[in-house]
Design a protein around this ligand. Sequence first.
Ligand code: NAP
Length: 500
Amino acid sequence: MTTTSAGTAIPKELGDKTNLIAGEWGEARSGSRFEVRSPATGALLAEVPSCAAADVDAAVAAAKAAWPAFKGLHVYERSAIVLRMAELIRQRAETIACVLSAEEGKPFATEALPEVLEVALNFQLAAEDVVRMETPVIAMRDPNKRLLSFREPFGVMAVITPWNFPTVIPSEYIGPGLAAGNTMVMKPASTTPLSMILVARCIEEALEESDLPKGIFNLITGRGSVIGDRLVSHPDVDIVGFTGETVTGESICARAGIKQTLMELGGNGPQIVCPDADLEAAAAAAALGCFLNAGQVCCATERILVERSIHDRFLELLLEETRKWRLGEPFDPATTMGPLNNEPTAVKTEEHLADATAKGAEILTGGARESGRPTGLYFPPTVIDGVRRDMLLNLEETFGPVAPVIQYTTDDEAVEIANETGYGLQMSVFTSSIKRCFWFADRLRTGNVVFNDSTDYWEAHEPFGGGGGTKSGHGRLGGRFTLDDVTHLKTLAIDFAKAL
Ligand code: NAP
């Protein structure tokens, strides 16, 4: 390891050359680089290549050239390679998590390490599930004919991912994408590319152990605003997997044209607390949903909808739970919540709070960045009461450590508020009634509903993604469901009468 002046350890495994194109680790063609700094200390962690269109073209060409051989590999061989990737990632999990914590700001032990272990799990699940994929065999009107179907990879897959889960989100595309036989060009977020570069070293190493052409997996770093357009509209890219803001996703879809797309976009998850709920459990879940990764989670609890008669008791419990969260430096074992990752997120959080207080809401704890910290990104857990439907905290995704409490009167009104923002990723309902559970499940317009747990609850193999007709995107990330989205169905009609 080398140690920066601010004491953050960066492992030598990161290397000096971090662009991976056609099996070679190198620089951007222009030689330019950009800095990656720790949100916790402000220290310079590393400089990485600042790619341009020519680098995108080279990476796509490498992926295109490697595709026929990789697609032609027997599925059990691809599965074994992807399983080997999982093994290497698991072996290096601590090192990767250390870098992840340093660049993203999330606590090392409670969030960064579990994230990297989930990365390994995602590769493992993809390797296991791909060999069990089933496709329809359908009878035909002509008795001499049979109809079989197969799942085929699309070809070259572009993957663009955000900074809040710098390794697990890429793995949700890369594991199934490679297992199914696509080749790949991936671009991590610019504030958090380093941990993914370490994951890429594991991926490349597993590929090198097999006698395969170079260029199956390529990683380039660079500003989305500079290389995003070229990558998603490139004529040789066949499928785009994107996780990020809804507005970016919309613009990518416009440029990607008829390519296959998986879009995992913003959320504005409400947690609905019914009068018959276990209030202690609901308060603990709400705090987790609001403060995990400092609220920078797509399925974070962005709004807490509380039935009027239980509001006062719930608020007391929520404040009690909030006091248990410790804002601090990500490597301090006492820390349960780290700093925000970047300045725009801090500014957006402030703007949403200012809008709410100007319209009459009341901040009960937190509410402003803490001074005396190494950076200006330390934002404490914040509880704000009296939030109304016309406030930005209700209408838009905040993505900060804020627990906005909104009161409702009837179940119908709760559904109306939950659905009115157009986002529909993951919602949660606390109730002790099974009848109510299904009543809400039928009416909430969202991809995922959790009953009696946090909006932040997920498991790696579940189908996760935006509900139909919402601003949260389309396609499913998680286990075997992604395998369907990264492949297309090819049918084969056979006439036995004319065969030997
Ligand atoms: P973002 O600004 O949309 O950026 C995401 C990625 O897109 C980054 O790699 C970014 O590159 C790149 N990008 C930026 N402009 C681009 C362009 N014009 N063309 C192509 N790519 C471009 O999102 P973010 O702020 O990183 O992430 C937070 C958002 O992600 C939130 O809205 C959150 O809800 C959402 N999210 C959704 C899920 C889900 O599963 N639905 C999961 C996690 C996060 P640079 O970093 O270089 O700008």
